[in-house]
Design a protein around this ligand. Structure first.
Ligand SMILES: C[S@@+](CC[C@H](N)C(=O)[O-])C[C@H]1O[C@@H](n2cnc3c(N)ncnc32)[C@H](O)[C@@H]1O
Length: 283
């Protein structure tokens, strides 16, 4: 990548960071999970001409896909707290002439006021892997109650039971230690690896019906495409866990040894964190 396009690090509260490494990881992650996202959007009934909100859009991989579905007669409003991610989305949108993507820099927990002029205008709000990083998830739901049209939808993909589910087979203590550290680090910033367990109740409380709750459970074997999902996460995040005191250097070394062993063992697999899918409908 030429220097002029390099992504500048910024100070961001997002626990995984907003640098080049996380941006690349989010791109890979989107590719691996895009079929599930498209299936969810289809179940939520997204159509040309609609106005769609992408909450915590990151570099905007989902926003760009959604912009193709709603078409130029529709709009995508992409919100993130990272100016760096929004700049990447801007560059991609310009390259694709997707002029109907609007970028909004802000905290999704204040979405009801940040987008107050959109009250009752939104057909669909989408949030993937965002609620698990928030300390005030209910404020998002309250805000969405103001923004979504009656009959409009919210589609969420997020975690529940993350720390108990994500397992290396055969079981391995060094791996489990890293998973506990991931959970502890997210909680230290107000996040919640169990958030999807609480969201249905929040939507019901704030004027929505819970239309569906489903789960996608996948596993990765060392020679599978999906192996690159956990692999890219460890590459980016395990060093941060050490830097921030959630793991020791010895924990890191033991984890890497276990991961390399597993990668070379055709009998091993990773039970990936289940991704829960919620569709809520505004009453
Ligand atoms: C795991 S990434 C997911 C990005 C995107 N939704 C996707 O699925 O590719 C989480 C995103 O949420 C954003 N985020 C986290 N907390 C936020 C907040 N309070 N307000 C706005 N964005 C937030 C981060 O900046 C990051 O882009």
């Amino acid at each position: 990548m030429p220097q002029s396009q390099a992504i500048q690090p910024e100070s961001s509260p997002y626990v995984l960071g907003t640098g080049q490494d996380e941006s690349v990881r989010l791109g890979l992650q989107h590719r691996l999970w895009s079929a599930a996202a498209h299936a969810l959007w289809e179940r939520a009934g997204v159509k040309p001409g609609q106005t769609v909100l992408d909450l915590g859009c990151g570099p905007g991989h989902a926003s760009l896909d959604l912009s193709q579905i709603v078409g130029p007669a529709g709009r995508v409003v992409a919100v993130d707290e990272s100016a760096s991610f929004l700049k990447q989305l801007h560059d991609q949108a310009v390259a694709r002439k997707a002029h109907h993507i609007e970028r909004v820099l802000g905290d999704v927990q204040d979405i009801g006021t940040v987008l107050s002029e959109e009250a009752g205008q939104i057909d669909l709000a989408y949030a993937r892997w965002v609620f698990c990083f928030l300390s005030r998830p209910e404020d998002v739901v309250k805000g969405l109650a103001r923004l979504i049209k009656p009959g409009g939808k919210v589609a969420v993909q997020d975690y529940f039971n993350y720390e108990r589910s994500l397992t290396l087979a055969p079981r391995c203590e060094a791996f489990s230690r890293v998973i506990s550290a991931v959970g502890a680090s997210w909680r230290s910033r107000g996040g919640d690896t169990d958030v999807m367990g609480k969201l249905p109740g929040m939507f019901l409380k704030h004027g929505f019906e819970v239309t569906s709750i489903e789960v996608v459970q996948r596993l990765a074997r060392p020679d599978s495409t999906m192996w690159s999902w956990p692999n890219s996460f460890w590459q980016n995040y395990v060093p941060r866990l050490v830097e921030n005191g959630f793991l020791t250097r010895d924990d890191e070394a033991a984890f890497h040894a276990a991961w390399i062993r597993a990668a070379n063992d055709p009998g091993s697999f990773v039970l990936l964190p289940p991704v829960f899918e919620l569709i809520a409908t505004r009453r």
